[in-house]
Design a protein around this ligand. Structure first.
Ligand code: ATP
Ligand code: MG
Length: 386
């Protein structure tokens, strides 16, 4: 009897002819996640198993697999022969004297000579004859699962661990994630990776108004996201010169509106360069002045029909914080470093900006397009590795 880890995938089972594409990407992502741990990955139709690992690595493997998108759940299990003695030897390991238990059998192999109910009854009976305990089919303290597979073996296991769900990263294309140092944008990145997008992160800074520490914070956040999406590029673009120009020439209340439009224009160009099909940001409707319906309309106008995904648009801050705690970005996000959005912050930013007015304001800066090109040209690219 070998100790293994059984993996189950989620939504992929809905896929038809192109399931292979999704599966091979999932397998690649699992292998990448486990690359530093000696073990083997086997796969048979919708079930994968990790085997040949050291006992001391078991929990490490489980924790790493919990964050692989596309996996629905996993169980640490014993793989045994399908005869009742072998199954019982494994099942009895989960049962404690004085406790109530139930054998929950499932027969993937319909040629197996007993039904699920018969397997449960037989194995349960054998355990009862060896340990002083009781069977309780309705409300047992211990449930032992027995899964007889078509591949000629049985899996015997106790608990099932929930995994991250979603779709394998890399199966839905690429998106440019606008990554600030705040709470929202790492969560937005996490949510879109969960739907299979690979990301390239784009961060705007405004040195010397923003500090080196603020930049380090973004790198730390990006690193945390690699837990889910593997390695990716972080592109850092300075908006200092553009912000100074806007501040000098344009109406104060449009400062944020114009900065947002600049960010979107740069993101659109970066997307083209890295063959991304969408932009992702952490906006949530009405959260701050720039995230009103008018604010979003005016910044969106700069990218035409190019898709902009805002996975947090309908979420409350509290719900966003809950996810950021779950993915372990929260503690980093709340470190008090400034963001380029807080530089030259006007007293009362426009909550109902218009496209016409924004364009007029932009015309007050004669070489804005060149400045944008220049900012992109001077970008810094950092490879973020787990
Ligand atoms: P966040 O936690 O994302 O910073 P926030 O409430 O501070 O949220 P805003 O500052 O209004 O939100 O920014 C809205 C979105 O714009 C962010 O979620 C992010 O996607 C993008 N953004 C803001 N500042 C930057 C930046 N310096 N670099 C890249 N993207 C940014
Ligand atoms: Mg922010």
């Amino acid at each position: 009897m070998d100790e293994i880890i059984v993996l189950r995938y989620g939504e992929l089972y809905l896929k038809g002819k192109n399931r292979n594409f999704f599966e091979s990407r999932l397998i690649r992502n699992i292998k990448y996640r486990l690359r530093d741990i000696p073990c083997k990955l086997n796969f048979y139709r919708s079930r994968y198993e990790v085997c040949d690992f050291a006992n001391s690595d078991r929990n490490k493997i489980v924790n790493k697999l919990k964050t692989v998108f596309g996996l629905h759940s996993l169980s640490v299990a014993y793989r045994t022969e399908t005869d009742l003695d072998s199954i019982t030897d494994a099942a009895i390991k989960y049962v404690k004297p004085g406790k109530t238990f139930k054998i929950k059998a499932h027969r993937g192999d319909k040629r197996y000579p007993m039904t699920s109910v018969e397997i449960g009854r037989e194995v349960g009976g054998r355990i009862l004859s060896k340990i002083n305990c009781e069977v309780d089919l309705n409300d047992p303290e211990i449930v032992v699962n027995v899964d007889v597979r078509e591949t000629g073996c049985a899996y015997v296991y106790g608990d099932t661990v929930k995994c991250a769900g979603g779709m394998p990263v890399g199966t839905a294309g690429r998106g440019v994630l606008l990554l600030s140092g705040g709470i929202d944008s790492p969560v937005a990145g996490y949510m879109m990776m969960k739907r299979g997008l690979e990301i390239t992160a784009l961060h705007f800074y405004s040195y010397p108004y923003t500090s080196e520490l603020a930049r380090q914070k973004v790198i730390t956040l990006a690193k945390k996201l690699t837990e889910y999406g593997g390695k990716f590029k972080l592109i850092c673009v300075s908006t200092t010169a553009i912000q100074e120009k806007i501040h000098m020439n344009c109406t104060d209340s449009y400062m944020i509106t114009l900065l947002r439009r600049t960010m979107m224009k740069i993101a659109r160009k970066v997307a083209e360069e890295c063959e991304a099909g969408c932009i992702i940001n952490g906006e949530s409707l009405a959260q701050v002045a720039s995230q009103t319906l008018s604010g979003i309309t005016v910044s969106n106008e700069t990218v035409g029909g190019f898709p902009v995904f805002r996975p947090l648009i309908g979420m409350d801050k509290e719900e966003i914080i809950e996810i950021s705690q779950k993915i372990d970005t929260y503690e980093t996000s709340i470190l008090p470093y400034e963001d380029c959005c807080t530089v030259f912050l006007p007293d009362s930013p426009a909550t109902k900006p218009t496209i016409e007015r924004a364009i007029k304001e932009e015309q007050k800066i004669e070489n804005l397009d060149e400045m944008i090109e220049e900012a992109i040209k001077n970008r810094e690219v950092i490879m973020i590795e787990p």
